[in-house]
Design a protein around this ligand. Structure first.
Ligand SMILES: NC(=O)c1ccc[n+]([C@@H]2O[C@H](COP(=O)([O-])OP(=O)(O)OC[C@H]3O[C@@H](n4cnc5c(N)ncnc54)[C@H](O)[C@@H]3O)[C@@H](O)[C@H]2O)c1
Length: 320
């Protein structure tokens, strides 16, 4: 089976490719522009690992360049296309809003042209929990009304709406993944856990918003990958479907900080106000995906996941 994964040098794309390559059943084609949003060293290290497999083929390209991508893969038939290349992050929207319009809107639309042309059986793309915005009641279900609060969230909502319309008259089954705060080995340095660990190493104060009085539905990377690999065999009756991918166990940020202080013995914290771009809480209902795939709900306990993440960080901090 041929599978194309965009954003393959990123956290989720890499973790998925790495898992699939272990089974030897798949030929994995990966695309990434290896941009400098965060440590390129980390992205190249992930790529080095993937390149050790003879069933892995890499193309360094921006997904906006769809004619190049079409040309590159003119003889390859893809069974499934997973799309993870995007500009991630909420806070960066005020630093470089254009990068969101480039990757998540314009390049996304061009990449969809490529997908339509290649006619895979399934097109599985990353959306985000941020499409929900601030809700009155939790956990949030896929059927909730969406109230995206920032540019990143709005581009993700756009992706969902666009895909539903653009592929309507095709036979391609489209699946949107509303991913909730993913953490673990090989994770993103712009996200809370590695940010804290990096600050602790440098002996800089960690800036904590709103006294840590926010909640995130932390979901361990291996659990995410376990679920999304199951989608390979999933025969969807629907043309377009979205799923929450989350542990459904929100954790207060102040409690995560306490755990990080305990494991690092570092407690220099700079208290700053709530960031208005961010939501107060993410807490998803994950029943739809587990019922649909008939999977057991199995999630690693957060303390164990955090310990594994910290151990990985200690060995790899030079590349973060
Ligand atoms: N990690 C999370 O907690 C999380 C949560 C919600 C949603 N998501 C979404 O999941 C997807 C993957 O997230 P991630 O954490 O792996 O992010 P990431 O930043 O680690 O990976 C994205 C990869 O895409 C590449 N890329 C970006 N723009 C590109 C372009 N125009 N052309 C080619 N390559 C490009 C980057 O170089 C990077 O390697 C993203 O769409 C993100 O918005 C992630």
């Amino acid at each position: 089976m041929n599978i194309l994964i965009t954003g393959v040098c990123g956290f989720v794309g890499f973790s998925l490719a790495n898992k699939l390559l272990k089974s030897k059943k798949f030929r994995i084609y990966g695309i990434d522009n290896v941009n400098s949003y965060y440590s390129k060293k980390l992205k190249y290290k992930r790529l080095d690992i993937l390149k050790k497999n003879k069933n892995f083929f890499f193309y360094r390209k921006d997904i906006n360049a769809y004619t190049y991508i079409l040309n590159k893969y003119k003889k390859v038939k893809f069974d499934i296309i997973y799309h993870f290349a995007a500009q991630a992050g909420v806070r960066y929207t005020v630093i470089d809003p254009n990068s969101y319009l480039h990757s998540n809107v314009n390049a996304f639309k061009n990449f969809c042209k490529f997908v339509k042309f290649k006619k895979p059986k399934k097109f599985i793309f990353a959306s985000s929990s941020s499409v929900y915005g601030d809700m009155k009641t939790y956990p949030v279900k896929e059927s909730n009304k969406l109230k995206p609060k920032n540019l990143y969230a709005k581009t993700k909502k756009f992706n969902e709406v666009y895909v539903e319309n653009y592929f309507k008259k095709t036979k391609i089954k489209c699946i949107g993944l509303r991913l909730f705060t993913i953490y673990g080995e090989w994770g993103r340095p712009d996200m809370l856990i590695f940010k804290f660990l990096k600050m602790a190493d440098k002996k800089f104060a960690f800036s904590l918003n709103n006294n840590g009085n926010m909640y995130r539905d932390f979901t361990y990377i291996d659990s995410v990958i376990r679920i999304i690999t199951e989608l390979i065999l999933f025969e969807s009756k629907k043309k377009f479907i979205v799923f929450n991918i989350c542990s459904s166990k929100p954790i207060k940020i102040s409690s995560v900080i306490k755990k990080l202080v305990k494991i690092t013995n570092y407690k220099k914290i700079n208290y700053i106000p709530m960031n208005k771009l961010e939501v107060f809480k993410t807490y998803g209902d994950n029943n739809k995906i587990f019922k649909t795939l008939k999977l057991n709900k199995k999630f690693l306990n957060f303390d164990t996941g955090l310990k594994r993440t910290f151990n990985w960080y200690k060995k790899n901090k030079n590349i973060i």
